[in-house]
Design a protein around this ligand. Structure first.
Ligand code: ATP
Ligand code: MG
Length: 560
């Protein structure tokens, strides 16, 4: 039992433990359908289900809801396993598949038929839809509703034996065609579908429907609390109907909570698949995708995603969360842990004309001022450096505190320098900036009280590494990309500038030994990590995880 339940689901669980409803057991499951990669919305369900198991010393199963073989693939199963582990959760040996229960599901269906609670219906799909009625009109009974038990048994067995064409018949629950709840109007239990299943092969040509398979799977696994998203609220009576009519020993309680949605993205797997298949992104793990694989590749940490889920909390009403919250959580996490390094994304040469040619010195640099234990490293300084092109202006306005002719600035960890000259090519573009340094300001400080306003990051030209840097923006230009005018789809809101590739970036040499797990703050430009897929020691590629500017905290302040 948790002392003070943090949400309404934990409150229900506390009450159940107090009343002894399930003894002292708490058993949840995370039930993805392996028809795509997990997205950031799933993270919430994972944190909730596994989090409850941890809090209550219960169990959480990983169950693949694999009842739709045409859309499901082993690649997705593997990706889901990897993503749940990455997020920091473990299901030990409790990995299950709805397809493990196909025989039991079939036997239960026979039981329903024998008890007159299910029948084989031979209407076409269109007719079934017509007979179903609408929200305001009751449905009509199928003409096949009163088939005898014997006839139903025979037909159903022949369905399973492959004696009929796909779609020729369905097995339906016999509930109530006039129910105000459409889900209760004799829903389908089994359909004929000749499809190869990634686990059961060609053994079955009939497959159970989701609503039937899900509750039975929960019951077989002795789940106590079957937590799902709000759209299943209207399915709960059916969930209970199946389990009541089957008279199972373990009847889990279905509890619904609100989906997690974010601005500037889409989350339906169908749409994510479309983005991948039509090549709008490079794959499921494209850093712009809202998938866990995408966030991982971009450089997000699992702890930032868990913290975001924590902050959003568990609600009963759907809402959309500002995507900036996710960046905020990531920034907070990295601010504490990321090593500060210098990288110049758009380099221009800075020549220190009074620094001896051929000389190099090693300067001390703090790894992280936020962390006393992070230590220092050495960075090479020499006569020719690179600085950011935007850190220099020839005709600078008064408020420009960076480098301009005659002005003095600090080079971080190094010296004060004063700009003396600008060298241009025949087109008038700046190719070199000249400056002099003050040897008395080593470390970037002056003892004579002289102050400078600007501090520039830099790298030594001779020692710098070349790198490609990838910057990302939202994949969509609109907060709600799915709200489109007639005739358009979410695809028309794709942001053409969502990926910006910078080549010829110059990075300090300590990053040569960076590994995929390392996260860095490039001074003044953001948090970065190595791209796990495309980067190599021959060609370094860094992804920007998040920028430094905190738009979320700013918005919160404004709203307060
Ligand atoms: P999609 O609509 O993207 O296809 P889904 O709900 O069909 O998603 P499942 O694989 O069935 O995907 O989801 C597994 C579990 O994750 C379910 O319990 C589902 O309720 C939950 N889930 C899916 N999307 C979200 C979300 N956006 N927020 C919270 N939980 C979610
Ligand atoms: Mg689903």
């Amino acid at each position: 039992m948790t002392e003070t339940p943090t949400d309404f689901i934990r409150k229900i669980i506390n009450d159940d433990l107090a009343s002894g409803k399930n003894g002292d057991r708490v058993a949840t499951r995370f039930p993805p359908e392996p028809n795509g990669y997990l997205h950031i919305g799933h993270a919430k369900s994972i944190c909730l289900n596994f989090g409850i198991a941890i809090d209550y010393k219960g169990t959480c199963n990983l169950r693949f809801d694999d009842t739709n073989p045409t859309k499901e693939e082993q690649e997705y199963v593997d990706a889901i396993r990897e993503d749940v582990h990455w997020l920091g959760f473990d299901w030990a040996e409790r990995e299950f598949y709805a397809s493990d229960y196909y025989q039991q599901l079939y036997d239960y269906a026979i039981q329903l038929i024998k008890e007159g609670k299910a029948y084989v219906c031979s209407l076409s799909a269109d007719e079934i839809r017509e007979y179903r009625g609408t929200l305001t009109e009751p449905g009509k009974d199928s003409p096949y509703r009163n088939r005898t038990v014997e006839e139903n048994l025979q037909l159903f067995e022949n369905m399973a034996a492959g004696k009929f064409e796909d779609g020729a018949h369905v097995l339906r629950a016999k509930i109530d065609m006039a129910s105000p709840n459409m889900n209760m109007r004799d829903p389908a239990i089994y359909r004929i579908k000749r499809a190869h299943h990634q686990r059961t092969g060609d053994k079955w040509c009939i497959y159970p429907m989701y609503d039937y398979a899900h509750c039975v799977s929960d019951s077989i696994e002795h789940i106590t609390h079957s937590i799902c998203t709000l759209e299943f609220e209207d399915h709960r009576p059916l969930y209970d109907w199946f389990l009541d009519e089957l008279g199972v020993k373990h009847h889990p309680q279905q509890i619904e909570f609100a989906r997690l949605n974010f601005t500037y993205t889409v989350m339906s797997k169908r749409k994510l698949l479309q983005l991948v298949e039509e090549g709008h992104v490079s794959g499921w793990d494209d850093p712009r995708m809202p998938t866990l694989a995408g966030f991982r590749r971009k450089g997000f940490t699992p702890s930032a995603i868990r913290e975001m889920c924590n902050r959003v909390g568990i609600a009963k009403a759907n809402s959309t969360v500002d995507i900036a919250l996710l960046d905020f959580c990531q920034r907070e996490d990295l601010n504490k842990s990321a090593t500060r390094v210098m990288a110049v994304l758009d380099p221009v040469k800075l020549v220190v004309t009074n620094y001896p040619e051929g000389q190099t010195e090693e300067l001390d640099a703090d790894n992280n001022p936020e962390d006393e234990n992070a230590g220092k490293r050495k960075i090479p300084f020499s006569r020719e450096l690179y600085i950011e092109r935007s850190d220099f202006m020839e005709d600078a306005p008064k408020k420009f505190f960076r480098l301009s002719p005659g002005k003095e600035v600090r080079l971080k960890h190094a010296y004060y320098v004063t700009c003396t000259d600008v060298i241009k090519d025949e087109n008038g573009d700046i190719v070199e900036i000249h400056c002099t340094y003050d040897p008395q300001t080593k470390g970037g400080w002056s003892d004579d009280g002289r102050k400078v306003k600007g501090t520039l990051h830099w790298v030594s030209a001779e020692h710098a590494l070349d790198a490609e840097v990838r910057l990302f923006e939202h994949l969509f230009t609109q907060e709600f990309p799915e709200d489109t005018p007639e005739g358009e789809t979410f695809l028309s809101n794709i942001n053409p500038k969502s990926l910006q590739v910078l080549t010829g970036c110059k990075i300090e040499p300590s990053l040569q030994v960076a590994s995929v797990e390392d996260r860095f703050q490039f001074l003044r430009t953001g948090y970065f990590c190595i791209d796990s897929k495309d980067s190599s020691s021959e060609k370094l590629i860094f992804n920007r995880i998040v920028g430094l500017k905190d738009s979320w905290a700013k918005k919160q302040k404004k709203a307060a």
